[in-house]
Design a protein around this ligand. Structure first.
Ligand SMILES: NC(=O)C1=CN([C@@H]2O[C@H](COP(=O)(O)OP(=O)(O)OC[C@H]3O[C@@H](n4cnc5c(N)ncnc54)[C@H](OP(=O)(O)O)[C@@H]3O)[C@@H](O)[C@H]2O)C=CC1
Ligand SMILES: O=C/C=C/c1ccc(O)c(O)c1
Ligand SMILES: [Zn+2]
Ligand SMILES: [Zn+2]
Length: 362
């Protein structure tokens, strides 16, 4: 363990350019501030957003970039004003590591909507340093953006809940969609989508998976407990399901038409966009007017909701379906994720990996 007064050397796996290829990168963590928690990273999930960021899909990526925002770690040091955590605690960190604490969203405890939020990587911290994420041996994080992993959740299981889990929980709660008996659909059965099926089923919903292929039908129904499965290109099946859904959680990470899905919604139904898509999506206005339908979006969830979804999963006995890999597999894992070849989330066993160190420059 270091000392509060020193910067700690750390190795992470960073992208250096828009190829998105990750390789070891050495950097230092800030001195532990009064409210900071230093954690040794145990596990970090791989979210599709890590691909968007590492490959500069949004045009705002800065390199070197250490991605990773589904971070579970063990507390190794705390600043003198940290009250919530102590050494040895198993904790989680997600997408956000800072906010202004003064604006309306911050005061309403929805700090993920703060315009001055600080992302856990590909951003600049209050001290002017780049933020770096969880594919690294350690992180230092303000205690406000740290959650305790409750007893009863294995750390590797908890990792996907810190983004994928809270991302589906938050809109269901916010839009009053936790009532049993609702009919919902998950469009895109990936990391976020599979948690969507599990969370919605645990809320007592009738859940349809809408997928781009028939490949995941058996596992969606048998393993995840979905009630129905639609292949989006099956026009007859889509027509038969018209006007049947209260909501659709749309996790597709690429441009796609909205109208086939708007048709599936009932009166007042909601299409909740999750995917990060940098091209305009389109629909004609009667598609929403005739049925008073809403198209909305939602961004992760608050720190309070993150704590809630962790406890929800403990209470309901929910687990994520993961493939645990070592850090030296991370590039293959990113490629497999991009080509839709994972069931359903990769989680990197960071502490159990030889993380290496950056090769010296020639
Ligand atoms: N709004 C927010 O707060 C958050 C947004 N995100 C975003 O949500 C999106 C989904 O993330 P995540 O679940 O991690 O991604 P995954 O890659 O794990 O899942 C996406 C799913 O979309 C479907 N899909 C359809 N077309 C494609 C395509 N061309 N390439 C890949 N997948 C396709 C696939 O499901 P199928 O086989 O069933 O068709 C796939 O499994 C991303 O854009 C991510 O950045 C993620 C977390 C939080
Ligand atoms: O995975 C979590 C982050 C999601 C996200 C949502 C919106 C956006 O513009 C991003 O860059 C990331
Ligand atoms: Zn994510
Ligand atoms: Zn704010």
């Amino acid at each position: 363990m270091g000392s509060l007064a020193t910067e700690k050397s750390v190795t992470g796996w960073a992208a250096r350019d828009a190829s998105g290829h990750l390789a070891p990168y050495n950097y230092t963590l800030r001195k532990t501030g009064p409210e900071d928690v230093v954690l040794k990273v145990l596990y970090c999930g791989i979210c599709h957003t890590d691909i968007h960021q590492a490959k500069n899909h949004l045009g705002a990526s800065k390199y070197p970039m250490v991605p990773g925002h589904e971070v579970v770690g063990e507390v190794v040091e705390v600043g003198p004003e940290v009250t919530k955590y102590s050494a040895g605690d198993v904790v989680g960190v997600g997408v956000i590591v800072g906010c202004c604490r003064e604006c309306h969203p911050c005061k309403a405890n929805v700090e993920q909507y703060c315009n001055k939020k600080i992302w856990s990587y590909n951003d600049v911290y209050t001290d002017g340093r780049p933020t770096q994420g969880g594919f690294a041996s350690s992180m230092v994080v303000d205690q406000k953006f740290v959650v305790k992993i409750p007893a009863g959740l294995a750390p590797e299981q908890a990792a996907p809940l810190l983004c994928a889990g809270v991302t589906v929980y938050s809109p269901l709660k916010h839009y009053g969609l936790m009532t049993p008996g609702l009919r919902g659909a998950i469009l895109g059965l990936g990391g976020v989508g599979h948690m969507g099926v599990k969370v919605a089923k645990s809320m007592g919903h009738h859940v349809t998976v809408i997928s781009s292929s028939a490949k995941k039908r058996a596992e969606a129904m048998d393993d995840l407990g979905a009630d129905a499965y639609l292949v989006s290109s099956d026009e007859a099946a889509m027509a038969a399901a018209a006007d049947s859904l209260d909501y659709i959680i749309d996790t597709v990470p690429v441009h796609h038409p909205l109208e086939p899905y708007l048709s599936l919604l009932k009166l007042d139904g909601k299409l909740i966009l999750m995917g990060v898509i940098n091209q305009p999506l389109s629909f004609i206005s009667p598609m929403v007017m005739l049925g008073r339908k809403s198209i909305t979006g939602s961004f992760i969830g608050s720190m309070v909701e993150t704590e809630e979804v962790l406890q929800f999963c403990v209470d309901k006995g929910l687990t994520s379906q993961i493939e645990v890999v070592k850090m030296d597999y991370v590039n293959e894992a990113l490629e497999r994720l991009e080509r839709n070849d994972v069931r359903y989330r990769f989680v990197v066993d960071v502490a159990g990996s030889d993380i290496g160190s950056e090769a010296p420059a020639n």
